[in-house]
Write a protein that binds this ligand. Structure first.
Ligand SMILES: Cc1ncc(COP(=O)(O)O)c(C=O)c1O
Length: 383
């Protein structure tokens, strides 16, 4: 029996670097600072809410856009933090993580041949999402070294065919944070166009040294054309639950929901009820920046005692390090070597570029218990 040949929709996609490095980390019993997830648990109160919701029989399909109380609480948070009023009935949609939110927004907006501007390095799902929609990714590099947006180049890359721009702050992998002036510059470039924006804000509650998180929701000219995406997985240490949400003006949300309802249709009911109840208090997300800032400082201080050079992390739970004093291997080869020989898994920055651009930098994740970070630092001190 022959299986028919399937013409791939994603011919260039292979196993992601995150899967490869995690497997290698396991094989060599390395401390896994590669993939971005916490190695500690969430608040037991959140787990109790899940248990309660299940025991109360909240186990059947919820409304298509999400459990009403959760949408109300998300809208209240956006109003309190970003000053924009989203209607929970028509402008807030609960998704299966930010990943599904971004794919759904791309599919809702992009027609074959449309251009989508992405800033490199970027999260690895953006490119394949654009490809699935039949769009053309136009890649503009963030300035090497600082990873600041270059608005002159962004302006030059925009065209009448640009349907969508995808931005991400706090940024994975560079750990930089956009200022209000950055968003204002983007808004000015898009004024008078039909270009839409996906603002990936999954690390919105991890911003350090007193910097604010500026949401696209807080810039009226952008909020009017933006899908603002966030992730409960990142905020509440439950990445495996895959629950997120998207905020967008009513006409954009309506098109988003058309794609959403024939894709996942709805998202896990008891988790949504639990998150809604847990969101009664703002404290957990308001305290998250301080929680991660302490880990950032502990980790960066330890790294400064090694031959790796840590770059400055403004936000997110990632730390870039320059390994130029240690090795001249390519980033991917260095990560493999580091995992095998030193016992610490990292991700090459080149994996976040379409053309594997090399800068001698790798990404480490510090969303780990202090003893995990100490163990990694002890090993890295041997370099
Ligand atoms: C920038 C960025 N966007 C989106 C996601 C996906 O979030 P979720 O796990 O909620 O799908 C991640 C996860 O690593 C990310 O780093």
């Amino acid at each position: 029996m022959n299986t028919p040949v399937l013409k791939s929709r994603l011919p260039n996609a292979g196993t992601t670097i995150f899967t490869t490095m995690s497997a290698l980390a396991q094989q060599h019993e390395a401390v896994n600072l590669g993939q971005g997830f916490p190695d500690f648990g969430c608040d037991p109160a959140l787990l109790a809410h899940v248990h309660d919701a299940m025991a109360e029989g909240l186990n059947q399909y919820p409304p298509m856009p999400g459990v009403p109380l959760l949408r109300e609480r998300v809208a209240a948070k956006a109003l309190a933090l970003y000053g924009h009023s989203y209607n929970p009935a028509t402008e807030v949609t609960v998704t299966a993580g930010a990943t599904q939110a971004i794919l759904t927004a791309v599919l809702a907006c992009v027609h074959p041949g449309d251009e989508v501007l992405v800033l490199e390095p970027c999260f690895d799902s953006y490119g394949p999402n654009i490809e699935l929609a039949g769009g053309v990714a136009v890649r503009v590099p963030l300035t090497p070294g600082s990873f600041r947006p270059d608005f002159e180049r962004i302006g030059q890359a925009l065209s009448a065919r640009t349907r969508l721009v995808i931005v991400n702050s706090p940024h994975n992998p560079s750990a930089t944070v956009w200022t209000r002036a950055d968003y204002n510059q983007l808004a000015a470039l898009l004024e008078g166009t039909d270009t839409l924006v996906i603002s990936d804000e999954v690390y919105e509650h991890m911003v350090f040294d007193g910097l604010p998180h500026v949401s696209a929701a807080s810039v009226p000219a952008l909020a009017a054309r933006a899908f603002v995406v966030s992730s409960f997985g990142k905020t509440y240490h439950v990445t495996g639950w895959k629950v997120g949400y998207v905020l967008a003006p009513t006409p954009l949300s309506a098109e988003f929901r058309k794609v959403h309802q024939f894709n996942v249709f709805t998202v896990n009911t008891p988790m949504q009820h639990a998150l809604a109840r847990y969101m009664e208090s703002a404290t957990p997300y308001l305290e998250l920046s301080a929680f991660y800032q302490r880990k950032r400082d502990l980790f960066a201080e330890g790294l400064r005692k090694t031959r790796l050079r840590p770059l400055h992390t403004q936000g997110s739970y990632f730390q870039l390090v320059d390994y130029g004093a240690v090795s001249s291997l390519s980033e991917a080869a260095f990560c493999e070597w580091l995992t095998r020989e030193i016992g610490v898994a990292a991700i090459p920055l080149s994996a976040f570029y379409d053309q594997n651009y090399e800068q001698g930098l790798v990404r480490l994740c510090f969303a780990k218990r202090d003893d995990t970070l100490e163990k990694a630092l002890q090993r890295l001190a041997r370099l």
